[in-house]
Design a protein around this ligand. Structure first.
Ligand code: UDX
Length: 448
């Protein structure tokens, strides 16, 4: 099939490359000329596992092309995906400007029946509004349908998630559009992937509800973690005890400094706004958002308590990306914590395996970026693990202790619970995790 994808940001590029991987001929349209030139050379502006070889293969086989403008070359496409950004407005609502702009620009080039697909995360009712935006800009009568087909891609695992999704959601009231979408995803249908064929509105809401639920699960476990601290109970044991119940499931029950990234914070805020626009409240989601904000403050308080005041202290901060495996700082709790530590007068020595370049862009000379974690801990008053990169699990804690500034009992604040308290204390550190109120030894060994 001939397919166009408007917007080659994160979702757009993964979608374009994966559709080319299915054997379709895909044109990716990206308005940033520097990005287009880089993409034509196979160079990707962010790190994503398995994406570079997929883009390179698509370019080589001429299944994947990149263009700067929506023009005649998209006219023959059977399907046009809109995958542009929908950032948060100040009031939390999703800003749909780019979506409607893309729809308006597509319209004059439609020559035959075309299916336009919303990949961007958009509020309930947007498919209808996109249909109208196209209608207004058509230069002649052409049949078309607008379909909602939200993505559920996790950063760092996006290619895998595209080819092996838990489910695919397609919202359309048109059987003609449904047939076209069945051709787009023929491979996944053959693989037995569950498909949900529904209305555009339901598809739009499924995306927000799924993300808000996962974000709520994290805020829930963080709140229980705070209770664990007060009640001298270990959160990992509680999470495991909960997660083995199949109805609950063990995933997204890791306590920490709160969720970040390009989706959860934005989508939870947007859902709160969508509900209000219908005269409803989603109180659980509102609270999840509030807990997530508070959690970052709690982490700073923890660090302040452990160091006996932040002013003039040197803090080693390991991990700045919003999660391991990515170089993305968007809404990263580590970034928010770093800002608050700086505001309180602390000096920061920071390391991240992948995101240091972006850290320099955000913080400039305000923090000291270190190329390896041992440089970051050198002469530090406290060590804070803010992102659960697996390499930090392998830190030589005896060496770390020697390098730090704190004499006999340096403090390690493990905001992602990557260590067990016992092992860290065994090296002579003071240890604080999140929700690890219990100071005793586990009776039957903590499974890690
Ligand atoms: C998420 C959804 O998983 C994906 O389906 C959707 O399409 C986009 O948003 P992503 O933003 O890539 O994906 O990150 P994810 O792996 O879900 O993690 C989000 C945040 O939650 C991270 O900051 C992570 O550290 C945090 N998290 C996750 C926890 O704090 N605890 C957990 O148990 C799980």
């Amino acid at each position: 099939m001939k397919i166009a994808v408007i917007g080659c940001g994160y979702v757009g590029l993964v979608t374009a490359a994966c559709l080319a991987g299915f054997g379709h001929t895909v044109t990716g349209v990206e308005k940033d000329p520097a990005k287009v030139n880089a993409l034509k050379e196979g160079s990707i502006p962010f790190y994503e596992e398995d994406l570079a070889p997929l883009v390179a293969g698509g370019l080589r086989k001429r299944k994947l092309l990149f263009l700067e403008k929506i023009d005649e070359s998209i006219a023959g496409a059977e399907v046009i995906f809109i995958a542009v950004g929908t950032p948060s407005l100040r009031n939390g609502a999703a800003d749909l400007q780019q979506v409607f702009k893309a729809a308006g620009e597509i319209a004059p080039y439609l020559k035959k029946y075309t299916v336009i697909v919303n990949k961007s995360t958009v509020p309930v009712g947007t498919a209808k509004r996109v249909w109208e935006a196209i209608k207004e800009n058509l230069t002649r009568e052409i049949p078309y349908d607008v379909v909602s087909n939200p993505e559920f891609l996790r950063e760092g695992k996006a290619v895998n998630d595209f080819f092996q999704p838990d489910r695919v959601v397609v919202g359309t009231g048109s059987t003609r559009a449904q047939q076209v979408m069945k051709k787009v995803y023929a491979r996944l249908i053959a693989d037995g992937t569950p498909f949900i064929w529904t209305t555009p509105e339901a598809a739009e809401l499924i995306k927000y509800a799924a993300n808000a639920f996962l974000a709520t699960k994290i805020s829930f476990i963080n709140e229980i973690a705070n209770l664990c601290e007060a009640a001298s109970v270990d959160i990992d044991t509680v999470a495991r005890g909960m997660g083995l119940d199949k109805r609950i499931g063990g995933e997204f029950l890791r306590a920490g400094p709160g969720y970040g990234g390009s989706c959860f914070p934005k989508d939870t805020r947007a859902l709160v706004h969508i509900a209000r626009s219908y005269g409803q409240r989603v109180l659980i989601v509102e609270t999840a958002v509030k807990i997530n904000e508070q959690q970052k403050g709690r982490m700073v308080k923890k660090i302040r308590g452990a160091t006996g005041g932040l002013k003039g202290k040197t803090i080693a901060l390991l991990g700045m990306a919003f999660k391991p495996g990515v170089d993305d700082l968007r809404e990263s709790p580590a970034v928010a914590i770093a800002e608050r530590l700086l505001a309180a007068g602390a000096r920061l020595q920071v390391h991240d395996p992948m995101a240091l370049g972006r850290v320099k862009e955000v913080f400039g000379a305000r923090i000291n970026c270190c190329q390896d974690p041992y440089a970051a801990v050198t002469r530090a008053d406290a060590l804070v693990i803010a992102t659960d990169w697996p390499e930090y699990r392998k830190l030589d804690l005896a060496r770390v202790k020697k390098l730090m500034n704190t004499g006999d009992t340096p403090v390690l604040l493990d905001l992602r619970n990557i260590f067990t308290p016992q092992e860290v204390r065994g090296y002579g550190f003071r240890y604080q995790g999140v929700g690890r109120g219990w100071k005793g030894e586990p009776e039957n060994g903590l499974e890690k």
